[in-house]
Every structure is written in structure tokens, then in C-alpha cells.
Design a protein around this ligand. Structure first.
Ligand SMILES: Cc1cc2nc3c(=O)[nH]c(=O)nc-3n(C[C@H](O)[C@H](O)[C@H](O)COP(=O)(O)O)c2cc1C
Length: 351
């Protein structure tokens, strides 16, 4: 896949999917300002490459939470994969394994956690958690995923209520049988997060007290996903979180929330030497990834691109997307005089 094909892949996915499934994947909330600005903010940064460094043995290999990974590029948790492929998240997990990429499985998945765990090869898998009000059911689920070898929990905290997407709501609702919350059987699931049934409901009541509870109760390290401010990030880590994900949920909930490229530097500075920082939102190029590393991220996550790959070509499509991003990152590193992700420092970027 060459770089131009990445745009082509997005268009192929749009054509391959029923309009409602495409809308669920693609939209941002309200006026889609944050969704657009996420991507634009990475693009607007300029690199200050170093010259005359030995990059002949450059490698993207790194680690997250002490586990080695081939590249600092993770598959972000995205729900309802049976909208995109008949085998749902199992197929995504196969693709991740083929590309040796870390997959973060979502609570809102349509296949059992056991099926995804079976596909794991050398790359670790993490599990994204939504804190449903029934903590007893959540406890059962987190013990189950820990028993299956998932190695961290990413608690999503940026959508206690869902945002609203007029664009998704305009597309006719087609019932799809397989869209069920199979891992939390007590919880019904609409085809899309932008379902009128969810409007005005607090879906995932999650407060500082709940985070405290989870960190105490979880057998796995807890990562907090959806942080945009240094004060919040510091508080999470002081309470025992091992990492934070700087994220605005791909611009899918609070529109006009700041782009993640703008939020990252203050959070990275606040957590330096204390906890790992990851970032997602609008990352589409190897140069975007290099900029994120330079601004203090240990790794990035990508949400929509692996879904495009899944929709167009199943596991092979997911693997192609992840391999393509890894190739682009390596090239961007080499052209910037960087031999390892750890060598990327803030001076590499000019805003
Ligand atoms: C279709 C879709 C479903 C998503 N579902 C979830 C989810 O269930 N839980 C979650 O924490 N984030 C979810 N996200 C957000 C992603 O984890 C990630 O933050 C975002 O997609 C990153 O932006 P990008 O798509 O521009 O790479 C979803 C995103 C998309 C596109």
C-alpha cells in the first residue's frame, strides 16, 4: 500500500459498507469541528530534522508498560465491529496479530473476549472498559479479561453521556441482528452510539471515586483514556493510573474540544518520569506519529484507519493499514535523523 492508497482505502470502505455503518465509523459529533481539527493539527506542525546521524539501523521497536512492541502504533478501541465485518472483532484481532500490533479491544464489541484472546500471537492485547453502573458485572468482566491474558485496562472517561451526530442520525436505521453487547449480556446495545434511545441518558457514570475503586479492584494496570488537561492527568496518576491516553474520542462526543496535538505537550510535561502518555485522534501519517512521539507520547493509537482495512479486506486489510503506518514512521524517523522512538524530543517539532 503506498501513501496515496490510504485515501483510496477510506473511499473503498465508504463504498463497501452500508451507509449507516459507514456513518457510524466516519462521523464526528455536531459540526464535526474537533474531528477535522484533530487531523489538521498534526498536519500543521513542522518537523526540524536532524542531519548526519547514523540511521542505518533505525528501528520502530519500543515498549509500553514494560511490554515490547514492534512499533509505537496501537489499534484504538472501537466498538460494534460486526457492522464492518461478519466476524467482527475476531477478524480485527487476526489482523493485529498478522501485523504484530497491539490491539485494544472495546467493551462495546460484538464477539466474546475469549474469541479475541485466541487470536493473540506475540503482540499484547489490552481491554477498553466502560464503567457500567453495575459494578458487580464489571468486576466479573475484568477478572475474565485478566484471566484471558489481556495485559491492561483502558478506562474511557470522556463520554459519560454520548455526543450527538446529526449526520449519523440522518442515515436510515437498518436493524442488524449481530450488534449485541455479548460481553456484558445484561446491557442492550443500539446499532450506533448516535441512537435517539441514548439521548439524555448518563450511560457510563464514572467519577474520581469510581476510578479509585477500579484501580484498587483491578488485577491489571489501569490506563485512563480521554484526558485533555494536565491537572486531570496528574490526578489520575497520583491515584495510581499507570498511563493516560490523550484523546477526545476522535471528535465523536464533545465538539470543539481541543485537538489532541494541542493538548499533548502540557500533559507530557506534567507526567514526565511519572507515567506513560499515549495519544490518538486524526493520526494518519508516519510524520504525524513522529510528531506525537516528539511531543512526549510513548505511543499513538489509530481508530478509523484499521476499520477501513477491516471493511475492505478483513484481517489482511487491518494488517496492511498497520504495516503501512509502521513503514511511514520508519521513513519519517530516518529522514529526521532519528534511530529509535525514544530519540524523538520536542526540538524536532516547530509549531
Ligand atoms: C467507530 C468508532 C467507535 C469507537 N468506539 C469506541 C469505544 O467503544 N470506546 C472508546 O474508548 N473509544 C471508542 N472510539 C474512539 C477511539 O478509541 C479513538 O479515540 C478515536 O477513534 C481516535 O481517533 P481516529 O479515529 O481519528 O484515529 C471509537 C471510534 C470510532 C471511529
Amino acid at each position: 500500500m503506498d501513501s496515496a492508497d490510504f485515501d483510496a482505502l477510506e473511499q473503498q470502505a465508504r463504498q463497501a459498507l452500508p451507509p449507516a455503518s459507514w456513518a457510524f465509523c466516519d462521523v464526528g459529533s455536531d459540526d464535526e469541528i474537533t474531528a477535522a481539527e484533530n487531523a489538521a493539527a498534526w498536519r500543521a506542525l513542522r518537523l526540524r530534522p536532524r542531519v548526519l546521524n547514523d540511521i542505518s539501523k533505525a528501528s520502530t521497536a519500543t515498549s509500553v508498560l514494560g511490554q515490547n512492541i514492534a512499533a509505537p502504533i496501537l489499534i484504538a478501541p472501537t466498538g460494534r465491529h460486526k457492522l464492518f465485518h461478519r466476524d467482527g472483532e475476531r477478524e480485527t484481532a487476526r489482523g493485529a496479530a498478522k501485523a504484530d500490533a497491539l490491539y485494544v479491544m472495546a467493551t462495546s464489541a460484538n464477539v466474546p473476549v475469549e474469541d479475541v484472546a485466541k487470536e493473540r500471537k506475540s503482540a499484547p492485547q489490552w481491554f477498553q472498559l466502560y464503567l457500567f453502573p453495575e459494578h458487580r458485572e464489571v468486576e466479573v468482566l475484568i477478572d475474565r479479561v485478566a484471566g484471558l491474558g489481556f495485559s491492561a485496562l483502558a478506562l474511557t472517561v470522556d463520554n459519560q453521556v454520548y455526543g450527538w451526530s446529526p449526520r449519523a442520525a440522518r442515515v436510515p436505521h437498518v436493524p442488524v441482528d449481530d450488534i449485541r453487547n455479548v460481553n456484558m449480556p445484561g446491557r442492550p446495545m443500539a446499532r450506533t452510539a448516535y441512537d435517539p434511545e441514548y439521548r439524555g441518558k448518563v450511560m457510563f457514570p464514572t467519577t474520581w471515586r469510581d476510578l479509585e475503586w477500579l484501580i484498587k479492584r483491578s488485577p491489571l494496570p489501569v490506563i485512563v483514556k480521554g484526558v485533555l488537561r494536565a491537572d486531570d492527568a496528574k490526578r489520575c496518576v497520583e491515584m495510581g493510573a499507570k498511563a493516560v491516553i490523550v484523546s477526545n474520542h476522535g471528535g465523536r462526543h464533545l465538539d470543539t474540544a481541543m485537538p489532541t496535538a494541542a493538548a499533548l505537550p502540557e500533559i507530557a510535561a506534567a507526567l514526565k518520569g511519572k507515567a506513560e502518555v499515549y495519544v490518538d485522534g486524526g493520526i494518519r501519517r508516519g510524520t504525524d506519529i513522529l510528531k506525537a512521539l516528539a511531543l512526549g507520547a510513548r505511543a499513538v493509537l489509530v481508530g478509523r484507519p484499521p476499520i477501513w482495512g477491516l471493511a475492505v479486506n478483513g484481517a489482511d486489510g487491518v494488517a496492511a493499514v498497520m504495516n503501512h503506518l509502521r513503514d511511514e514512521l520508519l521513513r519519517a524517523m530516518q529522514l529526521s535523523g532519528i534511530a529509535s522512538p525514544q530519540d524523538a524530543t520536542p526540538d524536532l517539532v516547530k509549531s
